[in-house]
Design a protein around this ligand. Structure first.
Ligand SMILES: [Zn+2]
Length: 333
């Protein structure tokens, strides 16, 4: 795969895609906000007074470098907001997570960044992504530690395979009560048709912010991977409107609530003898039949235990020890 050329991109998108988030700083600073770039690709914009009670919102994009649709979408949102900076109603952290992978046009350089938000990294400690995760952990902690109790983290991705629900989200199950209700309702306004409650940390950025900072956090999958500058932004319309409204303290109304699924089983690749019966091209949320064998791994057999179970993220090509898929079931119907 050749590295993409960014020369022909519109200036806001080029700035975001290259991690030059400081390009957006001036209008917010001129409007009286406290603006900082605590790490490469990270911009924070806060109200000047401390303890304002404004919600803290972390928007992250590009955790996977080839998932460029959300980068384009957020470039448009930020460009518009920078023209009317007084409309910003939250404390904002914008994070272009994996600038090097975006530059290379690749999902990652050494290893998946979205498995690095954990304390034990085993043989991955010396990867570029481990170093980057440490930078993001430090910047994110500094941001949320200075925020009030209402904290949101939207980690925006695009899926690498087809999905019965093109837009869906994964919410850590530890996000509970009114915070979960508000987040799930918001995800509906952003176009998500399904929400999966996840009980396994997995080293993802959104699980980490939920666990460590009490954020109402979600990994949001907004449709298919596309080339930077060439994404069909119509697919991101609902998400664009919902994020733009959130940053202005407004709510989009009239959206259907997403279906909510609980994770009933995580398929973990335990050894190199792991063999998946569900094909790697299987669409997310494909229904399974009771008794179907999903995968075998030495003496371990992963079988569908009940009707009404669905497979999400089937991927036999992950490293040993990592998630090769999850099995979910509707918990609201
Ligand atoms: Zn992703």
């Amino acid at each position: 795969m050749t590295a993409p050329s960014f020369d022909t991109l519109p200036a806001p998108l080029r700035a975001l895609a290259t991690g030059n988030v400081g390009a957006f700083a001036a209008p917010f600073a001129a409007a009286g906000f406290v603006v900082a770039t605590p790490a490469r690709g990270v911009l924070t914009v806060r109200a000047p007074e401390a303890h304002t009670g404004r919600p803290g919102v972390l928007l992250s994009v590009g955790v996977h470098g080839d998932e460029t649709g959300p980068v384009e979408m957020v470039a448009g949102i930020l460009d518009a907001l920078a023209r009317a900076p007084h409309e910003l109603a939250v404390d904002l952290m914008l994070c272009v997570a994996h600038v090097d992978a975006i530059a290379a046009g690749r999902r990652f350089i050494d290893a998946d960044l979205n498995r690095m938000f954990r304390t034990t990294r085993h043989d991955l400690v010396n990867t570029l992504e481990a170093v980057r995760a440490d930078e993001l952990v430090a910047a994110t902690s500094a941001f949320f530690d200075a925020c009030g109790p209402v904290r949101w983290h939207l980690d925006l991705h695009t899926a690498i395979r087809a999905s019965r629900y093109p837009a869906f989200a994964i919410v850590p199950a530890l996000v509970a009560g009114a915070a979960r209700d508000a987040l799930v309702a918001w995800l509906g306004t952003a176009g998500a048709e399904a929400v999966i409650l996840n009980r396994v940390p997995g080293g993802t950025y959104s699980y980490w912010t939920a666990e460590r900072h009490g954020a109402a956090a979600s990994t949001v999958e907004l449709g298919r991977v596309g080339a930077l500058g060439g994404n069909d932004l119509a697919r991101f319309d609902a998400a664009h409107r919902a994020v733009a409204a959130l940053l202005r303290g407004r709510t989009v109304t009239g959206a259907a609530p997403p279906l909510v699924f609980d994770t009933v089983r995580t398929i973990t690749k335990l050894s190199e003898s792991f063999s998946m019966r569900v094909g790697r091209d299987t669409a997310n949320f494909t229904p399974l039949a009771r008794g179907d064998v999903i995968a075998t791994d030495g003496g371990t057999v992963y079988t569908v235990e009940q009707d009404g179970e669905y497979i999400v993220f089937p991927n036999p090509d992950v490293r040993v020890g990592l998630r090769a898929g999850i099995v979910v079931r509707r918990c609201d119907g």
